[in-house]
Design a protein around this ligand. Structure first.
Ligand code: GTP
Ligand code: MG
Length: 595
């Protein structure tokens, strides 16, 4: 089934938006008594008309007065197409500019310029204004929009406008995703006697059906759709994008404009801290005037929240601390409005949810600054891969990974330098005589348990780790037969040296250093200071003797250790230092303490 559409108005105060909608649809969208009395739109209004195949096209009317800019933004988030009105007697004005910028910032790419009130101006003036409006739109939207001259008063071209709207929305790419999730930002909340609470909004994403179990954000409360209407008819299912009224079992105080209703599985976040790209908007340079750490308002979906803006790096990205959580999707655009004022300061796009440690912020800001202007899920995947070093393999691999060439292990992808460091850390820890459990590794290395499991399994498969009794040992059980002849000879000499140790510098065997390195890496030989080497079993036995019967935190002296091992001072100090390095002991003055 093809998608439905919702369009909306935009434009300067009194340029004829509400009147045009009434001429198009027969519905006067001004519903508040104050609006009717003052002849001025204050809040969002709604109407609809039958489009192609009698399918309804929803219409959202917005206020033009600058004081109500937040309401205008609340109407713009869901639009498939916007009618940007310019009165033929007035021309392009401040709010025409502001509204155009809002539409472009919120990714409403489809715009029709409607020059209206043509009955009130000379034809040549209307033509000049149309040309000017198209040129300005080309700058703001990147392409010249279609344009039509109408009069709501005389009815001139109203039918042609309707046709143009129908043609335009029919040609739009389908934004809905039947396998995706439904979502709407609440724009009205009211109660109806007998039915209870009703919320309205523009449904996007996927269809929504009666009895669907949804979630209300940011409250994270589950809600069930008891009944549903679209365009004044009760329906059991609604398709995106359409205006819907949902009957919910809630009270009025529990839900308000700005809340989001979606599937519990939808990837919405409701954070109070995020990082976003922020940029000045066309024709306004206000963002550059914002003092760092100052308060602004963030308008997103149908909501707006006071926020503190902390610029990062070269000011292309900012950390934003919101006074209240805002339900949002990654990559979602928003507007920055002057706190308590009506001036649009800039636009933004969410690139990161949640807090980031202070010492990590600079690195993250660098990665975020180079994200594409309109990032996709694939860009998010790459970002996480670069920042965390690992990321869960995406379901569909439409990501261009050539530049990263990540290492794939099971369900995970790893950034190669990061995996290398992780592997050497794991082998170092698992190289201790006591081995290590995966739980210990997980907390020491602060890595996702599932990803760690995959890495450990691959190390075991490669023979770098040996599992035993729920522990991992980096003592490679290398068959001695796999060593080179020289390696075997060297190992035999070291084993023969026993407690006396083998002094690598004095071996006199050519090529011994390289072989020794391999023996050490295979954990067959333990190097001590001063070039002394012990065969692993000898070292383990000496270490065991030092520790035998001692409990944690117990102190002992060097002479005691000497006596237990029978080692001279030349050997005992390097042995104890090695044990200290391996985390078995710590030093306390002349004494040693069991860890
Ligand atoms: N002559 C003439 N007047 C019009 C036309 N369309 C609207 N008007 C008049 O212009 C005034 C403002 O019209 P509205 O439709 O309320 O304008 P608006 O853009 O909705 O205003 P806000 O919602 O306050 O921003 C009203 O007095 C209308 O009667 C038109 O095509 N020709
Ligand atoms: Mg109006």
């Amino acid at each position: 089934m093809s998608a439905l559409h919702v369009i909306g108005t935009a434009g300067h105060v009194d340029h004829g938006k509400t009147t045009l909608i009434e001429a198009l649809t027969g519905i006067n969208p001004d519903r508040l008594p104050e609006e009717k009395a003052r002849g001025m739109t204050i809040d969002l209004g709604f109407a609809w008309f039958a489009g192609e195949n009698a399918e309804p096209i929803g219409v959202i009317d917005v206020p033009g007065h600058e004081r109500f800019i937040r309401n205008m933004v609340a109407g713009a988030w869901s639009l498939d197409c916007a009618l940007l009105l310019v009165a033929a007697d007035d021309g392009w004005m401040q709010q025409t500019q502001d509204h155009a910028v809002v539409l472009a910032s919120l990714d409403v790419g489809s715009v029709i310029v409607v020059v209206t009130k043509t009955d009130a101006a000379a034809e040549s003036r209307a033509e000049d204004i149309a040309r000017d409006a198209r040129a300005r739109c080309a700058k703001i939207f990147g392409a010249e929009p279609p344009c039509i001259a109408v009069s709501a008063l005389t009815g001139k071209n109203i039918g042609a406008l309707k046709d143009l709207i129908i043609r335009t929305v029919s040609a739009l790419p389908d934004r809905s995703d039947p396998r995706g999730f439904p979502f709407l930002y609440v724009d009205r909340v009211f109660t109806i006697k007998g039915s209870g609470l009703v919320v309205t909004g523009s449904l996007r994403g996927a269809p929504c059906a009666e009895n669907d179990e949804l979630v209300l954000l940011p409250q994270r409360e589950s809600v069930r759709v008891r009944g549903m209407q679209t365009y004044n008819s009760s329906v059991s299912e609604a398709r995106p994008t359409s205006r819907v009224a949902l009957n919910l079992q809630k009270t009025r105080s529990e839900i308000r404009r700005g809340n989001c209703i979606t599937s519990p599985l939808a990837p919405f976040s409701s954070e109070t801290e995020l990082i976003a790209r922020v940029q000045p908007v066309e024709g306004l340079q206000a963002l550059s005037e914002i003092r760092n750490h100052s308060e602004v308002e963030v308008a997103l979906g149908t909501g707006h929240v006071i926020a503190q803006l902390h610029f990062m790096g070269d000011r292309r990205v900012a950390r934003i601390q919101l006074r209240e959580p805002l339900p949002a999707l990654w990559g979602q655009p928003f507007l920055v409005i002057r706190h308590g004022g009506s001036e649009i300061l800039g636009s933004g796009r969410i690139l990161w949810f949640g807090e980031v440690k202070k010492e990590e912020r600079r690195r993250l800001a660098g990665l975020l600054a180079v994200m594409p202007e309109k990032p996709h899920d694939a860009d998010r995947f790459l970002l996480e891969l670069r920042f965390y070093g690992l990321a869960r393999k995406p379901k569909d691999l439409s990501v261009d990974l050539d530049a990263e060439s990540p290492v794939v292990i099971d369900e995970w992808m790893f950034h190669p330098p990061w995996l290398e460091k992780l592997t050497s850390d794991i082998l170092a820890i698992a190289g201790l005589p006591a081995g290590v459990s995966s739980r210990e590794l997980e907390s020491k290395l602060r890595i996702d348990g599932d990803a760690l499991k995959s890495v450990l399994a691959s190390l075991v498969a490669r023979g770098a780790l040996t599992p035993a009794n729920n522990l991992f040992f980096a003592r490679a059980r290398v068959e001695k037969g796999e060593l080179s002849a020289l390696g075997r000879r060297l190992l035999a000499e070291i084993e023969r040296a026993g407690k006396a140790g083998f002094e690598s510098t004095r071996s006199g065997i050519e090529g011994a250093q390289k072989e020794l390195k391999i023996l050490i890496r295979l954990s067959l030989v333990v190097p001590l200071e001063g070039g002394i080497c012990y065969a692993r079993p000898v070292f383990d036995e000496l270490a065991a003797r030092v520790l035998a019967g001692r409990s944690k935190a117990e102190r002992f002296s060097i002479p005691e250790a000497k006596e237990r091992t029978g080692l001279s001072r030349k050997y005992i100090i390097p042995l104890l230092n090695r044990m200290e390095k391996d985390g078995l002991l710590r030093r306390d003055g002349d004494a040693r303490v069991v860890r």
